[in-house]
Design a protein. Sequence first.
Lengths: 529, 82
Amino acid sequence: MKFDPVLVHAWLSRTAQRFPDKTALVCDGKRLSYTEIDQASTRLARSIVNKGLEKGDRVVVFMENSAEAVIGIYGILKAGGIFVVAEAASTSSSLKHVLRDSGARFVMTHIDKAKVVESVLSDRSVDIRVVWAGKPDPASAFSPAGLEWEVLLREPNLEVALPRVIDVDLAALIYTSGSTGRPKGIMCTHHNMVSAARSILQYIGNDENDVILNVLPLAFDYGLYQVLMGFMFGGTIVLEREMGFLEPMIRAIEKERVTGFPVVPLISAILLKMKRVPVERFSSLRYVTSTGALWPAAHIRQFRKLLPNVTFFSMYGLTECKRVGFLPPEFIDSYPESVGRAMPNCEALVIDEKGNPVRPGETGELVVRGSNVMQGYWNDRETTEQFFRAGRYPADRVLHTGDWFRLGEEGLLYFVGRRDDLIKSFGRRVGPREVEDIIVSMPGIAEAAVVGVADEINGQVPGAFVVTKKGSGLDESGIKIFCGKHLEPYKVPRYLWFVDSLPRTPNGKVDKKSLKDQASASLGKRGSS
Amino acid sequence: MSVDEIRSFIVETFLFEDDKELSETTPLLEKHIVDSTGVLEIVSFLEQRFGIRVEDAELIPENLNSIRNIANYIAKKSATLV
């Protein structure tokens, strides 16, 4: 009998055997076949091993969604490395954090990121080899020092043995914000990633006829898995740079006859803001998935009316276990507020404070068991132990999500809120502490508190309450500029309020609930302006 | 006239860093100055300020991805208004 591959990259090679000439990736006007991607990633793997990469070394991929990013990920895996995709919008301070925290030996980047990369490398505390993709602008004086992508890919048949990898080896660190500190790298083994992917493929029912439009960044697990899963079932991935202009996106759906369209609620909100949704141009669509933030029931209803023949999957998950569950499509009209129930091969339980499952109608914390539960946070045993708890035997671990859910009819789950103050903006996580730490590091600031403020399009955006020192002379734009130097744009507070002091709870903690109320009261007064 | 106005709207709304490097032709999306929400904000600014209607099919980089593209687009739209 024939067994399925257990390694993320082995699925690519297997699909390349099944469909050698099929288009695997459409990106930047190029079309790459499975054979081309499989061979390019093998050449890259041999070259970087030849340049000194050892098994288990971390390699950061810092580029826009591109064919190079995809080939890079598979090349790193074949070389026995652990890939880390840094956000394309990273500032030099956040890139430095990811490079340092992961202890990466190599970074693969594109020449258009030269400014950020060079500013990180000028700091001698970071010792790392750079692989540059792309050609420098002949008009600029910049000439990159390091390895060249084109050269590494050209090395013909290097006699280099690739290391042996098994499925309990780490494949990736996925950086994501938590309630405290800077983003943490979630450790994912091959087994975790392949298991999660198989559960998802099972309920979506993908096959090689699917063409997926991916406008989500590869640094975001939801975007990354579109490629990993597509390469498992042998589909075609139409990879766009991050979602930007609507018309080119719709043209891509039409031209490539896209069947699967993963969105975050932001994208669905933007589509519904169109003067007229051109439904006839979506005729090839078979399904739409949404996760990253709660998908408003009102949007689901509008889409169901506009696109009655499309299957909608409203889903819930967190990077710590990739995905938890989905709302079975037959429930989408009757229970659109629910995020559904556990996906195949995963258990999701709502428990009370004593750890016992709650009864229907009650609220508790969601805990998750399954092979999709990742290994914890890189370099952070303490936080790992807080969220990833021991189960009944060593291999059984239980993820405590920190998300509160109500258990409803049919075993369906309803999101209620977070245990901590994590903000979800544009489907991505913003840790209030991370933003607060940056603001407070600014001269002239005494104290700061950041809360999530409701926003029609993004779900939530960060808002900051700031106490300045006397005579600091700081104004709103000065603080935003400072934050923008250190944080990605979506983490920069959209709203700022100057206050004399922060409200406290009786035990001395900043009273975030009262700040949230103040924020919504203040914005309510301001109206829609 | 409108170039300055568009520039100051973009600087005030999106630019959290030095505006020295923002030229009339800087690609707004590629440089991560504006994201997809930002595109919507630009559209509603243009519709309110210049009294035009931005059609769905006009949401393309050629019209909106730089200060100069936006200014040209506004000029074209305003000409057809009269």
